[in-house]
Design a protein around this ligand. Structure first.
Ligand code: HSE
Length: 419
C-alpha cells in the first residue's frame, strides 16, 4: 500500500472560497486532510463552522509545527504575500488562490520555492475548476505550444452574456455577478481587465517560461464596450468576449495581450457563457484542444484547491519546466493587430497611425472603423481607452511583421487606391 502524507491544514480566509473548501473537505474524508485552524479578519461575523476552529491570530497557524499545509484564500494581496512567504520559510507547503499576489510577486515566489524546496501550488488562481496550470506545466512541450486563446475572467464573461443575451443593463449584470460570488470585492479589477491580466501573467510562465510584471502587458477590460459594438457584432454573426491570447510568431517570439475580441459563432470560445471559462490550445500535430469549465464561484474554485491539497500527498511541485529546463520564450512587440474602433469623433482617432483602414461607417450616434495598427501604438498610447472610444480586436487579429507589406498592398488595391 502506498503511504500518503497526513495533511494538517491551516486555512486563511473563510469567504466564498474558504467556506466552499471547508464543505468540500467534509465530503472527501478519504483525502486524509483536516483543517486544524482557520484564520479570519472579522471575528464578529456568523460562520457555518465550529467556533473553536477560528482565530484572528495568524501566528497560531504559521507557528504551529503540526500544521504542514497553509491554504490561503484571502482577498488582500499584500497580506496574502506575507502569509505565503512566511509559511514557505517555516517549512510548510502553500496552496493559494490569490492571483493578484502571485502575478505581482512572481520573481520572489520563484526564488523562495527554490530556496525552501517547498511546494507552492495555485491551480485555483486561474480558471478555477479547469486544470489549466498543471496541463500547461506538464503536458505541452514549449516547442509544440503554438498558441492559447482563453476566457479567464468569469465575471466579465457573465456580464457580457447577461447584457447581450438577456438584455440586462451593465449595473444589473454586475450586481448579479457580485451576489453569486463571482466578482472581486473591488469589481473594477474584473471589469477593467486587471484580474484577467493577473491570471495571464503566470499562465504565460507555465506555458512559455515568460516572466513579466502585469503592468508591462497589454490589456484592457470591458468597460468601454458600447451597445453599438454589440449590434455590429450581431450583424457580423459574432460575439464580443474578453480574450486572453498568446501566439508564437514565425520568429519564435510570443505575441500576447488581454483585450476584447470579436469571436465568430463557430469558435469554441463563443460557446463559453456566463461564469464559465474556456481555454483553446493550439499545438503542433494535435491541432486544437478545448478546455471548458466554471471559472469562478465557491465550489468550482474549492475543487481546484482540493486538487492541489491532494497533490501535496505525494509532494507535487511545479517544476517551471519552460523556464528552467527549456529555452524560455520572449515576448515581442513586433506585430500588428487588426482592430475595430468605435468612437464619437474622428478627432480622437490618430488616423495616420494606421497601416491601412479597410472599413469605416458613420451611424447616428457613433462611428466605427476597421483597420490595422502596429501593436506598439497600443502599448505606448491611451487614445484607444479614452473619450469613450472602444477598441475590439477582429477575429484572427494578429498580423506578422513579415506579411504586413504584402497585405497592405493587397488591401489598398482592393480599395482602389493603387492601380
Ligand atoms: N473574479 C474572478 C472572476 C473570480 O470573475 O473570474 C475567479 O477568479
Amino acid at each position: 500500500m502506498s503511504h500518503h502524507k497526513q495533511l494538517t491544514i491551516g486555512l486563511f480566509g473563510f469567504g466564498v472560497v474558504g467556506e466552499g473548501l471547508y464543505k468540500v473537505l467534509q465530503q472527501t474524508p478519504s483525502l486524509n486532510a483536516s483543517i486544524k485552524k482557520i484564520c479570519i479578519k472579522n471575528p464578529g461575523k456568523k460562520r457555518n463552522a465550529p467556533d473553536a476552529l477560528f482565530t484572528t491570530d495568524k501566528d497560531e497557524l504559521l507557528n504551529d509545527e503540526s500544521i504542514n499545509v497553509i491554504v490561503e484564500v484571502i482577498n488582500e494581496a499584500d497580506a496574502a504575500f506575507e502569509i505565503a512567504t512566511t509559511a514557505l520559510r517555516n517549512g510548510k507547503s502553500v496552496v493559494s488562490a490569490s492571483k493578484k499576489m502571485i502575478a505581482e510577486h512572481l520573481p520572489e515566489l520563484l526564488a523562495l520555492q527554490q530556496e525552501t524546496e517547498q511546494s507552492f501550488l495555485y491551480e485555483a488562481a486561474a480558471c478555477a475548476s479547469i486544470p489549466v496550470i498543471r496541463n500547461l506545466e506538464e503536458y505541452y512541450d514549449n516547442d509544440l505550444l503554438h498558441g492559447i486563446k482563453a476566457i479567464i475572467n468569469g465575471s466579465t464573461n457573465f456580464i457580457l452574456t447577461k447584457m447581450f443575451e438577456d438584455k440586462l443593463d451593465f449595473q444589473q449584470a454586475l450586481l448579479l455577478a457580485q451576489q453569486l460570488g463571482f466578482a472581486e470585492s473591488d469589481p473594477t479589477l474584473d471589469v477593467e481587465g486587471y484580474d484577467a491580466i493577473n491570471k495571464w501573467t503566470f499562465l504565460l510562465t507555465h506555458a512559455y517560461g515568460i516572466i513579466e510584471h502585469p503592468d508591462n502587458l497589454l490589456f484592457t477590460g470591458i468597460q468601454n464596450i458600447h451597445a453599438m459594438d454589440a449590434a455590429v457584432a450581431a450583424e457580423k454573426g459574432q460575439q464580443i468576449k474578453l480574450v486572453a491570447q498568446a501566439q508564437k510568431l514565425s520568429n519564435g517570439k510570443v505575441a500576447s495581450f488581454v483585450l476584447p475580441q470579436f469571436v465568430p459563432q463557430d469558435d469554441h470560445l463563443a460557446f463559453v457563457k456566463n461564469e464559465y471559462n474556456g481555454v483553446v490550445i493550439e499545438s503542433g500535430f494535435a491541432d486544437k484542444q478545448f478546455f471548458y469549465g466554471k471559472g469562478a464561484g465557491s465550489f468550482p474554485t474549492a475543487s481546484a484547491v482540493l486538487s492541489d491539497i491532494s497533490a501535496l500527498r505525494y509532494d507535487y511541485k511545479y517544476e517551471y519546466k519552460k523556464l528552467y529546463h527549456h529555452q524560455p520564450n520572449e515576448l515581442t512587440k513586433d506585430f500588428y493587430l487588426r482592430v475595430y474602433v468605435s468612437f464619437t469623433d474622428w478627432k480622437y482617432i490618430p488616423r495616420d497611425k494606421f497601416e491601412w483602414i479597410e472599413e469605416w461607417h458613420a451611424r447616428e450616434e457613433r462611428k466605427y472603423l476597421v483597420g490595422v495598427l502596429p501593436v506598439a501604438e497600443l502599448f505606448e498610447k491611451n487614445w484607444w481607452k479614452e473619450n469613450s472610444t472602444s477598441l475590439i480586436l477582429a477575429a484572427q487579429p494578429i498580423i506578422e511583421d513579415t506579411s504586413i507589406q504584402k497585405l497592405k498592398k493587397k488591401s489598398l488595391e482592393l480599395a482602389g487606391v493603387l492601380d
